[in-house]
Design a protein around this ligand. Sequence first.
Ligand code: GDP
Ligand code: GDP
Length: 431
Amino acid sequence: MAIVGRPNVGKSTIFNRIAGDRISIVEDTPGVTRDRIYAHGEWLGTEFSMIDTGGIDIGDEPFLKQITEQAEIAIDEADVIVFVVSAREGLADADERVAKILYRADKPVILAVNKADNPEQRQDIYDFYALGFGDPYPISGAHGLGLGDLLDAVVQSFPSEDQSVEDDSIRFSLIGRPNVGKSSLVNALLGEDRVIVSDIAGTTRDAIDTKFTDNTGTEFTMVDTAGIRKRGKVYENTEKYSVMRAMKAIDNSDVVLVVLNAEEGIREQDKKVAGYAHEAGRGIIIVVNKWDTLKKNNHSLHDFELHIREEFQYLAYAPIIFVSAVTHQRLGDLPELIKKVSQNHAKRVQSATLNDVIMDAVAMHPTPSENGKRMRIFYATQVAIQPPTFVIFVNEPELMHFSYERYLENQIREHFDFTGTPIHLIERRRK
Ligand code: GDP
Ligand code: GDP
């Protein structure tokens, strides 16, 4: 779902209200700043992602050009468009301008009249019928009024997903800032020896997934290859747009290849993009591309690896592969690595073995204690996959330390191969 409308009608207020605290970025991930234009929402059991197009500003373009581009982003990216106008200011020329662009969309448009804070203002919605989008929904983003009815309409307008096609393929995406070599890697990976099974049109017009099989017969789906190919629209060069696109691709993947450029080293935007993949709990592989451009000695690979480990400390679990889309160096190893990470991401371990590992860990390093009270671990169990998630039942969850949790995670990783996947530990109280 995408939210559009001229400035100041309340788009970001509504966006934040719907996202609540489910804004998908945790602030203490290094290098990740809060970027409130893409978030997850949920209504009556339907999960959806949401874009605040107002947050994507298109360089120095004039006002009308900006709102035009934002409306086009909504048409390109969303299944359902929420068009916001304001009951306070009434119908404005700029509203009509946005409407004109939205007429071209063959997607449902729901008209929300915001700032309808009280009953009189709820009467002021009739002018907006003139926009031609049917019944307007009076809402107040500031006070959270009318959002339920609006979201009912949004959820009902989602195209019904055709999940009848069985798909066991490994879904992965390539993300990274412009020019790191994503499209070159896509082309190289889809080169001669691989069979492209089909191009599958996704829910939005140009979200195209590409399926291929490797030489062992394993099926892969490369998510959003169309997003990687440049289509030459103005807004595609804005950073917020490319970040948003990356977040969408991450959402639809099991494994994310974070592509870095060996020639330029690590930039702030690389960390941001990698942070989203980590946050989303996807399997991650760090791909250092353009390895051919470096003059190398015996230390180069090791030095570069140390540098990455230092800059991406929260990605300690992610394997690193040094490749070249031009010379195809090590590209042949990539499908196997993606497969391994995807298996680890979906791995289930046996409770008995898990508990042996935890109890051995406790025997080697006593659990934390405070004021004479010691944390006791009763047992642990894996409750989920993708990513593997473990619940540890303890007497007092508050006694768990970050460092002890890290220690347990390392012990688990030493005994089971979880290369490439984050794992989550959750403490639960049990008397
Ligand atoms: P955007 O530019 O469309 O994203 O608009 P904002 O969300 O930034 O809101 C613009 C202004 O309108 C802010 O001062 C908000 O506090 C205010 N606002 C947003 N929603 C409502 C509402 O439901 N009622 C009233 N009275 N003010 C609102
Ligand atoms: P994207 O914006 O991430 O999709 O990057 P592109 O695939 O368009 O690549 C950007 C530029 O880097 C192009 O000029 C490519 O030819 C070049 N490039 C991509 N991969 C490599 C590589 O492995 N080695 C070298 N030397 N150049 C590369």
